[in-house]
Design a protein around this ligand. Structure first.
Ligand SMILES: C[S@@+](CC[C@H](N)C(=O)[O-])C[C@H]1O[C@@H](n2cnc3c(N)ncnc32)[C@H](O)[C@@H]1O
Ligand SMILES: [Zn+2]
Ligand SMILES: [Zn+2]
Ligand SMILES: [Zn+2]
Ligand SMILES: [Zn+2]
Length: 447
């Protein structure tokens, strides 16, 4: 079928091609196979949210004719995959649930659903648990994390990180937090408000995990796909976002996003730009150049790609930790350290990293850095990206990883792909990232 040896898959972001067909996760993304010699393969649509065909099997060639019958079947399927209740219904259910006696408050562990009294019989063979009001305020603890790496990749912040984020946002004076894929931060903000000690902060959670609709009002949660900027709740959800982004009362907005790490950078950057744009339309005209303050949590090795897509972003040294991730735990050293970092368009000087955890301020770089990240006088930067102490290589004239041994023979070729025809700097295969189609992706760089 394919006439070419496929090198990878590129994502095509092209608005003028008309609306993309929809899978249960909203509009699909358009991909293109890239072949040896740079020739373009056939384009196809695939799911934006699931990186494994097992989780969403949508596939359509760009030039494929879809019969009316198939179109109807598809619409039926998309409908069948909708949440069992509308958000409005979930809110009415919560209201009833809150009014129940403690022994009546049951959560079905299998169905991940808060049950109303009449419904328990239908779940009698399922494991039910009692829900206290304290648990009701911590849905991220009550719900089973959706750990599937190829779709939700729901890794929840360890307390250390969650509190660092919250305290940082408070100290920067933000009053409204747009939580994109950060349910635990959203929850923490609401808990802090309940303590009534400080001025409250508003929080709006955007997440594809609709189980959260059971716990939050329509003004606090929108069922949202961050890979295609799709609001499952349509216009009503969009207007919730718009009014949340208004700073007319002087309340500053910040976005904090923690996408699944397997996700493609380009569609995420595109969605965050659109969110920033929506924020901008709410600003007075004298603020016309500014971007919405944003934090994007992602592994350090995506730095070149993120900065390419969002040039105002800088990577911070802060290591983000998760509760339910087997690998990324604080206190580990060497390769076991968390590779996850904060990327932000907020001035790094203003983001104070905790001294007691080993961060210090570099007055030359004007940012907080990890203890092992020593300033190199020759490069004039704090060079380490991965948390280990890097060393200067005089042959390369730059700082390199500690494991790096300079090899004269390799100098001739490309360190990235091994080709002798070019250097790594101009390697056409750099910035590779996995896509849902099990190939190595080479996202379009536009160059
Ligand atoms: C790496 S976890 C981040 C959770 C965060 N560390 C916390 O503790 O609040 C990724 C989050 O993004 C959500 N998510 C995954 N795919 C998404 C998508 N396509 N659109 C929106 N949210 C998505 C998941 O449900 C999950 O809550
Ligand atoms: Zn899908
Ligand atoms: Zn059940
Ligand atoms: Zn420095
Ligand atoms: Zn150096």
């Amino acid at each position: 079928m394919e006439s070419c040896e496929s090198l990878g898959i590129e994502l095509v972001l092209n608005e003028k091609d008309g609306p993309a067909p929809c899978c249960p996760h909203g509009p699909t993304l358009l991909f293109e196979k890239v072949c040896e010699g740079g020739s373009k393969g056939r384009r196809f649509y695939a799911c934006s949210a699931c990186r494994d065909r097992k989780d969403c099997h949508f596939f359509q060639w760009e030039d494929e004719k879809v019969s009316e019958a198939r179109q109807l079947a598809r619409e039926e399927e998309n409908k069948a995959k909708l949440p069992p209740f509308t958000h409005k219904q979930y809110c009415a259910r919560l209201k009833k649930f809150v009014g129940l006696l403690l022994h009546e408050k049951k959560f079905c562990v299998e169905c991940q659903l808060l049950l109303l009294p009449g419904e328990q019989a239908a779940h009698s063979s399922h494991r039910l648990s009692e829900v206290t009001s304290a648990q009701l305020r911590r849905p991220s603890v009550l719900l089973r994390p959706l750990e599937n790496k190829k779709s939700n990749a729901q890794y929840l912040f360890a307390d250390r990180t969650a509190h660092f984020l919250l305290n940082t946002l408070v100290s920067l004076g933000f009053k409204k937090v747009l939580c994109v894929g950060t349910p635990r931060l959203h929850e923490l903000i609401k808990l802090r408000n309940l303590e009534k000690k400080d001025t409250p902060m508003q929080s709006l959670l955007l997440d594809i995990d609709f189980r959260y609709a059971q716990f939050y009002s329509q003004g606090e949660f929108c069922h949202y796909n961050m890979f295609n900027h799709y609001f499952f709740g349509g216009e009503a959800s969009r207007s919730v976002l718009q009014s949340f982004l208004s700073e007319s009362d002087g309340d500053k907005v910040v976005m904090v996003a923690d996408p699944p790490f397997g996700g493609l950078v380009k569609p995420l950057a595109n969605s965050f730009s659109l969110l920033s744009h929506a924020w901008k339309t709410q600003q007075s005209s004298d603020n016309s150049v500014a971007e919405m303050p944003m934090m994007w949590i992602f592994p350090y090795f995506f730095e070149p790609r993120i900065v390419e897509c969002l040039p105002s972003f800088r990577m911070l040294d802060y290591q983000v930790d998760y509760d339910n991730h087997p690998l990324y735990k604080h206190g580990k050293t060497g390769r076991k350290q968390s590779p996850v970092r904060l990327f932000t368009n907020i001035c790094p000087r203003d983001l104070v990293l905790p001294k007691e955890e080993g961060y210090r301020f570099c007055s030359v770089c004007e940012r907080y850095v990890w203890s092992l990240n020593k300033h190199c006088a020759k490069c004039n930067v704090c060079p380490s990206k991965d948390g280990r102490e890097w060393k200067h290589c005089s042959a390369c004239e730059k700082c390199v990883k500690p494991s790096w041994k300079h090899c004269g023979a390799c100098e001739q070729g490309c360190f990235n792909c091994g080709s002798l025809k070019h250097k790594r700097k101009v390697c056409p295969h750099k910035d590779t990232q996995r896509t849902n189609i099990k190939y190595i992706s080479k996202e379009k760089t536009g160059k």
